[in-house]
Write a protein that binds this ligand. Structure first.
Ligand code: PLP
Length: 496
């Protein structure tokens, strides 16, 4: 299996180890597989009898053909162990007629990013050896909250790698911030930036595109690599849990082999839902892919009109991981719907004017698989409250998706297909907003909110969040968006 850039019509090919090492293509595009490997019903049947780690090794093996099965199985078994994912890696939970959440947040940082970031550092470490890379990988991350912590935890003290994380100073929850600034490890750096997530992401992308920066880092013995969902090593492991959900639905008798299920994903950077799309292309019987957004509903508009226009107001919401106006992974969908040449033109237009409109043919292709809905703040809060009253507590991001799923079902009343909603964070990561949504008054202190939420709902604070208040703050710096490179070079000097 080889990979190529979404913008390269000459189709230069790379191995999976190369693309995991590189992160982003030299032309600014994202790496995509040159073809889609098939997943047959017989194979799915075999996967039904496996544990999550084995399922993961099998699916990853279809894309990472320069890794041996033994390597993948070793890495997956370590990444998805019972000690990291207490209670299982991606359990389904029935929350209504034909409606399930798949809880992707039982990992070491209580966010779904763990599903990918527990395995990806292991894949990168092997990629460095496979490609004969002697320099250190400097992982550069822009985060709207969860990626940062999950990446820090995944990469901490991994050999031949160091990691520098930037987060928007007012764009993450207090708990997310506490998780990051108390991160342990000798090879980690955390820094706030003045601005929102897009400022952070744009700043990081600029460094990736800056050949002078690459030269300076090279002289110090480093090269840049990404942990954002623009990296293929992040995306591939996310395909696994959709396959796993289907196996679980088969195993519990909800579906017969070949019957379809729908998927709804609370979406920000479009990585998670794109992984579901890949699973569908492989042959997993998925019907509709429902793209759920919060008040930053640029994707809802895009899916409805065919025009992507980021010239709009940016809103800070209680689902901050979805507060995004540039959904990077959408480029991968454009590639599959429109090909590299048109994708390149759309991206140029996005760069120059902040907008692009896809052709009718491209829109029709996308419409066949996707639809989009959004939830505002009040609708999100009401959804949390309604389901808690029925005994299920969910976080703000999951609630956006649950509301959008209800909207979908209201507009498609004949659709009795089981619907799996990606549940992307523990409610305790957003405890104050969840507690407030339940009609209570949340205190200033985020940790107190967690305790009150636990007392009120009779649910438990997950193990990664216990004792957060007692950990020492290690990082308290804030810089301007144009000082990112300076900060990265400073950090590199401490890591030589
Ligand atoms: C990252 C994240 C999302 C968005 O996922 P994308 O792959 O960026 O679309 C949704 N919810 C939570 C809690 C997240 O951390």
């Amino acid at each position: 299996m080889k990979f190529q850039s979404t913008r390269d019509s000459k189709q230069e090919k790379f191995t999976s180890a190369q693309v995991i090492r590189k992160g982003l293509a030299d032309d600014g595009g994202l790496f995509v597989p040159e073809s889609i490997p098939a997943l047959t019903h017989d194979e799915i049947k075999t996967l039904c009898g496996m544990e999550y780690a084995q399922r993961a090794a099998y699916i990853l093996g279809k894309y990472l053909t320069d890794y041996t099965h033994e390597e993948l199985l070793t890495d997956c078994s370590e990444a998805y162990s019972e000690t990291s994912f207490v209670g299982g890696a991606a359990p389904l939970h029935k929350i209504g007629d034909n409606m399930y959440t798949q809880e992707l947040w039982h990992g070491p940082t209580a966010a779904f990013k763990d599903m990918a970031l527990q395995i990806m550092p292991r894949l990168l470490s092997r990629a460095l050896k496979k490609t004969g890379e002697k320099r250190k990988a400097l992982i550069l991350v822009a985060t709207s909250g969860d990626t940062g912590k999950a990446a820090l935890e995944g990469y901490r003290d991994v050999d031949q790698v160091c990691i520098s994380v930037f987060y928007p100073v007012n764009g993450v929850s207090k708990i997310q911030k506490m998780q990051m600034v108390t991160q342990l490890g000798e090879n980690v750096n955390v820094c706030a930036i003045h601005g929102n997530f897009d400022d952070a992401q744009t700043g990081v992308k600029k460094i990736f595109a800056d050949s002078d920066a690459a030269k300076q880092l090279d002289e110090k013995g480093f090269f840049l690599s990404s942990a954002n969902s623009i990296n293929w090593g992040r995306l591939a492991p996310q395909i696994v849990y959709y396959v796993s959900a289907y196996c679980d639905l088969l195993n519990q008798g909800t579906l017969e082999m070949g019957e379809i299920f729908n998927v709804c994903v609370p979406t920000g950077n479009f990585g998670n839902i794109f992984a579901a799309y890949l699973a569908k292309l492989m042959g997993l019987p998925i019907g509709k892919l429902i793209c759920a957004s919060n008040k930053n509903n640029i994707l809802t508009d895009f899916l409805q009109t065919g025009t992507y226009d980021r010239n709009r107001q940016f809103h800070l919401t209680m689902s901050p991981s979805m507060d995004i106006l540039i959904s990077s992974n959408l480029e991968r969908l454009l590639y599959f719907a429109a090909g590299p040449e048109q994708t390149k033109a759309y991206m140029q237009s996005l760069n120059q004017t902040g907008a692009y409109t896809v052709s009718n043919a491209v829109k029709e292709k996308i419409d066949a698989d996707f639809c989009g809905y959004y939830a505002d703040e009040q609708q999100t809060a009401q959804t949390i409250r309604k389901y808690q009253e029925n005994g299920y507590l969910m976080d703000t991001h999951t609630a956006v998706a649950v509301y959008c799923s209800e909207q979908y079902l209201e507009s498609n009343q004949d659709d009795k297909t089981p619907l799996v909603i990606a549940s992307t964070a523990s409610p305790y990561k957003f405890a104050a907003d969840v507690y407030t949504s339940l009609g209570m008054d949340a205190p200033e202190d985020a940790l107190k909110s967690q305790q009150l939420l636990s007392d009120y709902t009779g649910t438990q604070i997950p193990y990664p969040l216990v004792g957060l208040g007692e950990r020492a703050v290690r990082f308290d710096k804030t810089v301007h968006a144009d000082q990112l490179l300076e900060e990265v070079l400073r950090f590199a000097d401490t890591q030589s």
